[in-house]
Design a protein around this ligand. Sequence first.
Ligand code: SF4
Ligand code: SF4
Length: 396
Amino acid sequence: MVLKNYSIPEILQMEACTNCTLCAEVCPAVSALQDGRLSGVYRLDTLRGMIRSQSRLFQFFSRRKPPTRTELKKFGETVYRCTLCGRCQEICPSGIKLRDIWFSLRQDLVCSGAYPEKINMIRENVALSHNVFDEDNKERVDWVDDLQNPPDHYYVKDTAEVVYFTGCVAAFFPMVQKIPIALTQLFETAKIDFTLLGEEEWCCGFPLLAAGLRNHIKDPVQHNIEAVRRKGAQKVVFACPSCYQMWKEYYPEEFEIYHVSQFLNSLIDTGQLELSRLDLKITYHDPCDLGRGSMEYDAPREVINAIPGVSLIEMEHNRDKCLCCGGGGNLEMIDTHLSRQIAETKINEVLATGADAVVTACQQCLRTILSYARRNKIKIEVLDIVELIHRSVKKD
Ligand code: SF4
Ligand code: SF4
């Protein structure tokens, strides 16, 4: 273990755990597999033991040796089976910033060589292709082909007031490309001077952070900041909460940044987007990185409630208690089965509301929930908030 991967407050906080086990009770991974080794309390206790075992004095008195490579590897497997949903952090009565510690712990495991091999793929893909899926980055705007009469510039203009940062998932996954397509049309309707970055948009760096590769985020951060500067833009809009949170926390404060729910809310307020009636019963899923991660619970609800005829039915767990969809923390890549088990619990809660549609505000949540619903032939509409507004907006 490499102690320098943790901040001093993190090391101090590790000692504040009272073993109350509340973090285990709310953990979606623990509930899905009934496996206590996936809980925050187990993880923290093991980590503390491993760190202490490196002290000679501790070894002398306790006769405990530092973990072997096999023990570390086994521990690493439990650490990465976590969606980084942050529910444990939210409930911890001792105020331990557990999610932050999980990021540092993953970094520690990478430095110690005890991490799932698939993590190497994320590092290589982002370094070589500048996106997490190893696609040709020139194809980032290929979805523009699906618009009727796209402009010659394909929305990659030399300069603009607003940059729309699409994120890797929306740019490359056909299932969710309806988000950028709808948002582009909404921007046109609202007469927003916007541009895409095209192949100059690189992965925001969040998948690296979540993988334990914090040391590798410098290049994408620097590159993306310069790409936005070159456009002369003042504002950057994100439909992906992970990109938004990444920019909020790890990028220099140089531009006004907005999650799309906030931006759409202001366009509705100013009358730049006029909404028409939709008779629909909706439930809203708070994406972990937008809700618990960025504390934005109100903007999406205000947008939904602005549509005449729509009724919003809250799920049993909502806002800071919202259940994860199973798609975060690179879990889908590490343990697809667990990711689907978590999605099943989410869908069951959605169905219990009796809503016609579940709306979210994240391309990854949309992909996870929609994939589960399709695979299991569940009859519920799954929409992103951008699509919902696109459906309601009065066209010229
Ligand atoms: S972040 Fe979520 S999945 Fe991970 S340990 Fe905490 S509650 Fe469990
Ligand atoms: S909720 Fe906090 S104090 Fe309670 S067991 Fe988990 S980490 Fe420890």
